[in-house]
Design a binder for this molecule. Structure first.
Ligand code: SF4
Ligand code: SF4
Length: 285
């Protein structure tokens, strides 16, 4: 079983459309949506939830007013200004460090598990999907990403499937690190703009330079700026990174998404051919 994570330097590069196309192309796989901060793979895959579980990503402080003597010690030691003048902990500001709990002289502070979101195992027309929903303004998405990946791997092992195909988080922060560490391969999707090229270098430095994960690169909407597309391809050659293809710009990608279909289901035109070639060039057909 192989794990492939599709990532990008920022959101909106077409990463999810490409992931959904791979869902159409791979015969034996589990899909995982690890872009938990902005999950949208479900819009194409239309999952039917079979199992759901609450996700507790950490602990936060809770002050019992009937035990509190209002000595103010907790407010003095809290580095995050999370406790109000009337001794109420703001759950968003609380970092769960537990310092106040240790300093409270009358044990008035509980350190309770905090509900961050929910994760799901679903069925789709392409096979199983593991995905999640983070609560509004919740953090700990790195932990939730790890959980989604772990569950997808377990499912693939249990059902003896060949691939885990992961829609990873964008950027270079904690969620993307959780999306790629230990993966068998990473596909970086970029666009031919100066900022896209800049973001690509940072992501490649992370996946290939730092974690030494086999890294592939493709350019989406390459014909919007052929000069920068060529520079990206050249950069990959110099850095010894597998450049696996370019995808032409076509409005039908948006039309397919609006209709809840992968581009492979929607059309057999140039975009579908370009993505099929990328899949083959990675050696996954
Ligand atoms: S657990 Fe830490 S961050 Fe939260 S209120 Fe207590 S001291 Fe502040
Ligand atoms: S340290 Fe404990 S007793 Fe003192 S104000 Fe905070 S919660 Fe209340």
């Amino acid at each position: 079983m192989k794990e492939l994570t599709i990532i990008s330097g920022k959101g909106g590069t077409g990463k999810t459309s490409i992931t959904a196309a791979f869902a159409s192309l791979a015969k034996s796989k589990v899909m995982a949506d690890c872009d938990v901060d902005a999950a949208d793979l479900h819009l194409i895959l239309k999952p039917e939830i079979k199992y759901r579980e609450k996700f507790y990503g950490g602990r936060i402080a809770y002050i019992n007013k009937d035990q509190c003597t209002e000595c103010d010690k907790c407010r003095e030691v809290c580095q995050f200004d999370a406790i109000s003048e009337d001794y109420i902990v703001d759950p968003i500001s609380c970092e769960g460090c537990s310092v106040c709990v240790h300093f409270c002289p009358v044990n008035a502070i509980d350190f309770t598990e905090h509900l961050n979101g929910e994760w799901f195992i679903s069925e789709t027309r392409f096979g199983p999907l593991v995905h999640a929903k983070l609560g509004v303004a919740e953090e700990n998405s790195g932990k939730l990403v790890s959980l989604v990946r772990q569950q997808a791997k377990l499912l693939a092992e249990e059902k003896k499937l060949d691939f885990v195909i992961i829609d990873g988080a964008p950027g270079v922060g904690c969620p993307v690190i959780s999306s790629i560490t230990g993966a068998d391969a990473v596909l970086v999707v970029t666009e031919p703009t100066l900022s896209g090229f800049h973001d690509l270098k940072r992501v490649v430095q992370l996946s290939y330079g730092h974690f030494h994960i086999p890294t592939f690169v493709c350019v989406n909407k390459y014909d919007l700026n052929i000069d920068i597309s060529d520079k990206i391809e050249k950069f990959c050659q110099i850095e010894n990174i597998d450049f696996v293809g370019k995808i032409i710009y076509d409005k039908i990608v948006t039309q397919a998404m609006v209709q809840g279909k992968s581009i492979i289901e929607f059309s057999d035109g140039a975009v579908a051919k370009d993505i099929t070639n990328i899949w083959k060039n990675m050696g996954f057909n």
